[in-house]
Design a protein around this ligand. Structure first.
Ligand code: FUL
Length: 515
């Protein structure tokens, strides 16, 4: 897309937000709450925090691939210590096109590459160190893994992101904070300047002591400024303000996953917001959020600020993050990957699945088999939505936001209730009885995340029987259940922070052999 089309699309989104704004002027990805605000008012404000355009685009990717690749691929380790010789990095059959082709076929929309892991070895010929591909035998020092992978991504239509480890066990300046911060900013600048569009910058929180025995103090805001200037369309993950680490590396997100989170901004009372485009960068406090409850009413009732800070679920297809031959037989099965998909994408998160290329420079056949197996099951499951032809009757609907929007073919249309109506039922009448074992719900998060509690009933010719229940929905909620046959399904939204919205309701059946 050209820059012009991108800007027009952003303007269009802002315009849609403006006309859909249901009586609230607040349409930002953060809100500052003055002291003494009532709980009702805080809840209403939370319900109207929305993603930034970059956060929304990122959420829609759903599936992102991670490639841990570097010195550890050759030393058979998970964490190097920075003393490894660049001579060890020698690829015999490197094929970035193979990686990206496989990932595209498996349904991934972006690839994030470890341009530098904790050992400090750079996969691009950085002019700031001798610890890089430039000093390796591969292509006589003329190779550039970042260039080849980013080009392949462009060729196959995948977005490209970078992991740049702030912790650097090789660089002698590490620990001498101002000097290393400059080194890090220089490397970031190289990566964000020379390799086309970067859609996600991945910042790990690991931080050790440098050779001087001192702990490095990272200058995060200065890193963000460079990213915003050079790649304004990128989201910053982890130690950055756009995307949050879900808190585990198991692939399983929270049952209750709020994208609106309290109090990760500081000095909100005294700070005047200077940067209009990225107003909260200077207020953001980096850190991991790992507790079970992050955004419930209890958590937000005394909040001084709330921001849209959605979860990304990272997990490796193998036990380790890097390739180890001994793990060829331990690649997660297609069924396990499908479980992970349901527990991450299906729980209001994005799945970042690590598929580490091997020491020849290709994705190994065992990983390909599992990925294709996963894709097949997902394709078969989501190929037919039995609710798509249903008639829908809602207990309440707002003018212009009718329940028919849930089943029409336009994914942007959505249903909502009148102002102040925070619970509702929707009955889906199917043309004939169908058997399904998977349900999908999607709120329209462009106006906020609102649903707090819901349940689902099916009609058994005589009465309604509850078959499932849940809390948050957000961008996407998937529920798996035992197969059930019926022609009438009822969604009861029991509690919502303000008028609930729904843009999709799906009933699906997984293939028989994977039930
Ligand atoms: C962690 C790192 O220490 C691991 O090696 C890996 O890169 C993982 C994704 O993040 O914090």
């Amino acid at each position: 897309m050209t820059k012009k089309i991108v800007s027009i699309s952003i303007l269009l989104i802002l315009f849609i937000l403006a006309i859909n704004d249901e009586g609230h002027s607040q349409q930002n990805n953060y809100v500052i709450i003055p002291p003494g605000e009532s709980l009702d008012s805080v809840i209403r404000k939370a319900a109207n925090v929305v993603p930034s355009p970059q956060q929304y685009a990122w959420q829609e990717h759903e599936l992102i691939a991670f490639a841990h690749f570097g010195m550890n691929t050759f030393t058979d380790r998970e964490w190097g210590d920075g003393t490894e010789s660049p001579a060890l990095f020698n690829l015999t059959d490197f094929d970035a096109g193979q990686w990206v082709k496989v990932l595209k076929e498996a349904g991934f929309r972006m690839l994030i590459l470890t341009a530098k892991h904790h050992d400090g070895f750079c996969l691009w010929p950085s002019q700031y160190t001798r610890h890089s591909v430039k000093y390796s035998p591969w292509k006589n020092g003329r190779g550039d893994v970042v260039a080849e992978v980013s080009l392949a991504c462009r060729e196959y239509g995948l977005k490209f992101g970078i992991y740049l480890s702030p912790w650097d066990k090789h660089e002698p300046a590490y620990g001498d904070s101002p000097v290393y911060n400059e080194y890090f900013r220089n490397q970031l600048t190289e990566l964000l300047t020379n390799y086309g569009d970067i859609t996600e910058v991945w910042f790990d929180g690991a931080c050790g002591e440098g050779p001087n025995g001192k702990k490095q103090v990272y200058d995060w805001p200065s890193y963000y400024r460079i990213i915003r200037k050079l790649q304004p369309g990128a989201v910053i993950f982890g130690m950055g303000p756009d995307v949050r680490w879900v808190g585990t590396e198991s692939g399983f997100g929270r049952e209750t996953e709020w994208s609106v989170i309290p109090d990760i901004l500081h000095n909100t009372d005294s700070y005047s917001i200077a940067d209009k485009q990225f107003p909260i960068d200077e207020l953001f406090i980096p850190g991991d959020l790992t507790t079970e409850e992050l955004g419930s009413r209890e958590k937000i009732r005394n909040a001084a600020s709330l921001i849209w800070y959605p979860a990304e679920t990272d997990v490796s297809i193998r036990p380790g993050w890097f390739y180890h031959q001994k793990e060829d037989s331990l690649v997660k099965s297609p069924e396990k990957l499908v479980d992970i998909y349901f527990s991450s994408v299906g729980r209001n998160s994005v799945l970042l699945l690590n598929i580490p290329p091997d020491n020849c420079g290709r994705i190994h056949d065992s990983d390909i088999m599992s990925l294709m197996g996963m894709k097949k099951i997902l394709n078969q499951t989501f190929e037919k939505n039995f609710a798509a032809e249903a008639t829908v009757v809602a207990s309440n609907e707002r003018n212009g936001f009718y329940s028919s929007a849930i089943t029409d073919s336009n994914p942007e249309n959505y249903w909502t209730t009148d102002e102040e109506v925070t619970s509702a039922s929707l009955v889906f009448e199917l043309r004939e009885k169908q058997t399904f074992n998977c349900i999908m719900l999607q709120e329209n998060i462009l106006v906020g995340q609102r649903i707090e509690k819901f349940n689902i009933d099916v009609w058994d010719e005589e009465q309604w029987n509850q078959i499932s229940e849940g809390t948050t929905v957000g961008y996407k909620r998937l529920l798996r259940l035992s197969a059930i046959t019926t022609n009438r399904v009822r969604l009861n939204i029991e509690q919502s922070r303000t008028s609930p919205t729904l843009k999709t309701f799906g009933l699906y059946k997984t293939p028989d052999d994977v039930e």
